[in-house]
Design a binder for this molecule. Structure first.
Ligand code: ADP
Length: 409
């Protein structure tokens, strides 16, 4: 069994790694890294032929790299090395005695390490090369084209740096979203009580002193009551938004006909007052948290009633299968939405009208979006101003086949 060769600094010691210099991150496995001069590239060669190793290193030096390298030949040696040391790249021969260079990709994945692997092979057919790239190799270079190697290594290291940067940005974004949601939750929750006091006492003032002071006093009290009530609605909706996904979900098979009946009962007063007709039939059974699903339908149907046109509001809810998803549609004959607003109305607090025109907080659609997306779906609107809107959202079809048969249309 071949032994692990000692670490061979080719050009220099005392350098930071290239990927570190380029801003990349890495896992060290507690390895005490040797001090190196700037821009030393740490390479792990997976190669059984010493003369090929020399050629590869020569090509790298000619391409402007200072290289600090180790050489391994077996999967065991490879695993031991990557656990102990950190590397900027792995240059692996494809055909090795007893294994092949692509297995390095598997081992790295298993170890949770992202180190670009460039296959350096004597022969690797076009088809095989494409397969290797698909399976996770960063690039491949033929041994009789080693002049290509430095450029290839530069590219894969830059790609790795961009991946690291992207991941860091995603993590920062997730953290800041989490902080914001926590803030919104605490603020909306804690504001409820003092706000209830303000609303109650301004209403009491209005009842007791209406007409007993001067005209201006009546006006001011009215503004105060109106503002307090609007703020109460805003805070209530903000709390509903920040609660989405926060409380334990209970996804169960839910018959959408039943969900719609609950929704209609909640909206009964508004539906009666507006004379709206809401039509639906043959809706499927889907796996969902029932209260979340009610919230989605309630916001969409509530909006369809609220943003009605001069004609009797007609609201139709339909569904169709599309691949692994259901596509639900809530169609109305209301005022419609201009195409330039189709994307923005799902953003929290975005409204296209004043409260005097149509009451609301601008939170309903963002709640729908949050619920739908947390369940793996998408939501969008198709509309022509003056000719109604159709809100569509997708919902994953149950993996349990029984529920797929329940759609009658
Ligand atoms: P709100 O209804 O409280 O204003 P939403 O988040 O539910 O807040 O909706 C955001 C905006 O999208 C609404 O203010 C309105 O301008 C527009 N909108 C939503 N649904 C409809 C609809 N069915 N028809 C026309 N416009 C709509």
């Amino acid at each position: 069994m071949p032994t692990i060769e000692p670490r061979k600094p080719i050009e220099a010691n005392n350098a930071t790694s290239l990927s570190e210099e380029m801003g990349g991150s890495r896992r060290t496995h507690g390895f005490q890294k040797a001090e190196r001069k700037p821009s030393t590239l740490r390479v792990l060669l997976v190669e059984d032929d010493p003369s090929d190793s020399e050629l590869i290193l020569h090509a790298m030096r000619n391409g402007g790299f200072a290289v600090d390298h180790d050489v391994v030949q077996t999967a065991e040696e490879f695993t031991a090395r990557i656990r102990k040391n950190s590397y900027d790249t792995i240059l692996a021969d494809y055909r090795l005695p007893g294994w092949n260079g692509m297995e390095t990709v598997e081992i790295l994945r298993h170890e949770g390490l992202d180190i670009p692997v460039v296959l350096v092979s004597g022969t690797l057919g076009e088809q095989k090369a494409v397969e290797c790239i698909k399976q996770g190799a960063a690039d491949y270079v033929l041994k009789d084209h080693l002049t290509r190697l430095p450029a290839s290594v530069r590219r894969v290291i830059e790609e790795k740096r961009l991946r690291d940067e992207n991941q860091r940005t995603q993590e920062e974004l997730a953290r800041s979203n989490c902080d914001l949601e926590q803030f919104a939750y605490v603020a909306s929750h804690d504001l409820q009580e003092p706000l209830r006091m303000i609303a109650t006492y301004t209403q009491l003032l209005a009842e007791k002193y209406q007409g007993k002071l001067d005209e201006n006093a009546d006006k001011y009290i009215h503004y105060a009551v109106d503002g307090a009530l609007r703020l109460q609605i805003l805070i209530r909706d903000l709390l509903a938004f920040s609660r989405v996904g926060r409380q334990g979900r209970n996804p169960q098979p839910n018959d959408c006909d039943t969900i719609l009946r609950i929704t209609m009962a909640n909206l009964q007063a508004r539906i009666c007052e507006s004379g709206a007709r809401v039509m639906y039939e043959g809706l499927p059974t889907i796996v969902a948290d029932s209260s979340e699903l009610v919230q989605v339908f309630q916001n969409l149907i509530g909006n369809a009633v609220k943003f009605r046109g001069p004609a009797q509001p007609m609201i139709r809810i339909t569904v169709k299968k599309s691949g692994k998803e259901w596509v639900f549609s809530v169609q109305d004959n209301g005022i419609g939405i201009a195409p330039e607003h189709a994307g923005t109305i799902f953003v929290i607090f975005k409204r296209l009208h004043t409260c005097a025109e149509y009451p609301g907080s601008g939170i309903g659609l963002s709640i729908c979006k949050k619920i739908v997306e947390q369940n793996g779906g998408r939501i969008w609107v198709e509309s022509t101003p003056g000719h109604g809107s159709t809100f569509r959202f997708t919902w994953p079809r149950s993996t349990r086949g029984a529920y797929d048969h329940s759609a009658k249309n």
